[in-house]
Write a protein that binds this ligand. Structure first.
Ligand code: FMN
Length: 311
């Protein structure tokens, strides 16, 4: 009996990575998602993810491809799927935190000159509006051809597409790195670097270590196009509080705060502390560049204005 329970537990644990890439603590805004039937694309995807410091997600078919399925020009499963652009093979599991990613790199093999239909399933499974996508593929000898372009109509028109790249199945690590370094990293540096949630108190930036939780993700999403200014009021001799004008996901926990703590109160108010209080809050972050005395000086004299922005 004990052995059966342990075996079942092992099976569940082995399945977990396939279900989600919402890895604890990761805050990368880049995802490398790949499908690979025989391992060539997988190896390249791993190099790309390492080079970019990106999260890695394997697109795993619900119904795995057997050797017989993969034997092409036999009229088998792959041949049939590639013959019919409307086929959408199911994907096992999914990505819970797609909102987190701004750039998604998608890797796949070439099957009969095109991306496998499971890539269509993947592209239609998420809302990629406003995100940047780039595909790479591996093939025995076929060029990129129309394979990348044919994927564009599967996502909203607001997607920014970077140039795709074809690699031979046995591409060297150096070649892959060279592509990432010349085609992707310059884009990341120009468009994504330095973008962070910032907080100003009465026009002065303070350094904040933000929590990695759903409230912060939602707040970042809310202010990514326009800063949010909150009129705060002194309260209780220990805090400044103001309405965000929007509700954020709550994970309230009984908390004793200290000077510099930033929390969410009642789901829609931001509180910055210059003293201490005990209540059920959702932690948002902590101001790290001010001493308790400096926090009291900054917040304990008059009402302030707080500006949250993403830049
Ligand atoms: C069903 C099927 C169709 C394929 N069609 C092509 C093709 O049209 N052109 C080509 O050069 N290679 C073709 N290949 C070879 C693969 O693209 C190549 O081996 C690729 O690197 C495999 O990637 P993977 O190991 O990540 O699955 C095909 C392979 C399979 C299984």
């Amino acid at each position: 009996m004990k052995r059966i329970v342990i075996t079942l537990l092992m099976m569940i644990l082995c399945t977990l990575p396939l279900l989600s890439v919402a890895a604890e603590g990761t805050d990368s805004r880049i995802l490398v998602a790949y499908f690979s039937a025989t391992g060539n694309t997988k190896a390249i995807a791993q190099t790309v993810a390492n080079e970019l410091g990106a999260d890695l997600y394997e697109i795993v078919p619900e119904d795995p491809y057997t050797e017989a399925d993969l034997a092409y020009y036999t009229g088998g499963r792959c041949d049939q799927e590639q013959d019919d652009p409307s086929v959408r093979p199911g994907i096992a599991g999914g990505i819970e935190n797609m909102d987190q990613y701004e750039l998604v790199v998608i890797g796949h093999p070439i099957w009969h000159g095109q991306a496998p239909r499971i890539i269509s399933t993947f592209l239609e499974s998420y809302d990629f509006s406003g995100k940047t996508l780039v595909t790479f593929c591996t093939s025995h000898s076929s060029p990129l051809g129309s394979s990348a372009q044919n994927l564009h109509s599967l996502v909203p028109g607001t997607v920014i597409w970077l140039n795709s790249r074809r690699f031979p199945g046995d591409a060297s690590v150096e070649n892959v790195k060279a592509w990432v370094d010349t085609e992707i990293i310059p884009y990341v540096e120009e468009n994504m670097k330095g973008k962070a949630l910032t907080l100003k108190i009465d026009g002065t930036f303070v350094t904040v270590e933000w929590e990695k939780n759903d409230a912060i993700l939602a707040l970042s999403e809310r202010i990514k196009d326009a800063p949010l200014t909150v009129q705060m009021s002194m309260y209780g001799g220990f805090e400044q509080v103001g309405s965000l004008g929007t509700s954020l996901p709550r994970e309230d926990q009984e908390t004793t705060t200290s000077a510099g703590d930033i929390v969410l109160y009642a789901g829609n108010q931001i509180v910055v502390f210059y003293g201490s209080n005990s209540w059920a809050y959702t932690r948002l972050g902590h101001i790290t560049d001010k001493t308790p005395a400096e926090m009291r000086e900054l917040l304990g004299k008059h009402d302030v204005t707080v500006t949250l922005s993403f830049d």
